[in-house]
Ligand binder design. Sequence first.
Ligand SMILES: [Fe+2]
Length: 342
Amino acid sequence: MNAHVPLETAAAPRVDLYGLVHKGLRRALADAMASVGAADLADAAAAARALAAVRTAASLCRAHATAETTHIHPALDAVRPGAARAFDEEHRAHDVALDAIEGAVARVEQATAAMRPAAGQGLYAAFARFVGESLLHMAAEESVLMPQLAAAFDDGELRALQGRIVGSLGADGLAAFLVHILPATAPEERVALLRGLHLNAPGPVWAASWNAARRSLSPAACAALATALGLPEADLPERVVLIMDFPFDGPWGAALADAMRPIAAEIAAAEGLVWKIWTEDPAGRRAGGIYLFESDVAAERYRAAHFARLAAFGITGVAVRRYRPNAALSAQTAAPLRADCP
Ligand SMILES: [Fe+2]
């Protein structure tokens, strides 16, 4: 095979119905599996995060299989009867497996803190098996079904099929996929995907899609996308770093962690909070936090609520600083500015 095919003679790649969405599903499945495997399930907040990742991956798999069964398989069966039958059967088997996984999630949720790690082992085993089966299933769709689809339909017909699937998801349904697809794909694939949506999708669908990019990509990756798509600077994410620091007499370390666990769970759910680092200086008798927020509005809403919470503990004299991160330099120094950073 000649690796130096001149550009003008290289054939344009055909429309691929599976490539990008499968990259996103593989990422969601692998992340959820690793998250359950590594979580301290005795800790309520850690368990909630890991279980939410499994539920999200499960619901994406169900929605994806439904789209294939509803749109792709009947189209292929119409020209090649029976071609998709084995894949329909696998989708039904996956539904049964996902029912069992969701049952295992509920059992972990309902277990006491002490029993959650043991319940989590059953969930991890069932989910890891499902991940393995899904990886093989997706590989077969790409290597067996896609060539048959490409032989039976031209690119215009495949694009129409793709458009029907995207349309059936709705703005929020599409965004739920995009937050996993966009970080799982190469920059040029992201640009092509979002350019298609920018040009063709109705306004609310485009708004939800761009919002998904802002939630799931680093500011530097978002800025590169915005430039490639010719979007105005106002559409770029505006992460905000907030630093709070106040006089504090303890407790410290493990004792502080025990006392603050319920409040940490409350803070973790604060709208627009990406993460918080808890800070303590026993020698200097000061404590506080470093926060990353999605926007100025979220940072200010949190600051007001946290001031009230601290005042209720008798803590006053809180110093607050607010900064805009330099996205390009922060990316170079491994700063966790993405929404999905642990
Ligand atoms: Fe499938």
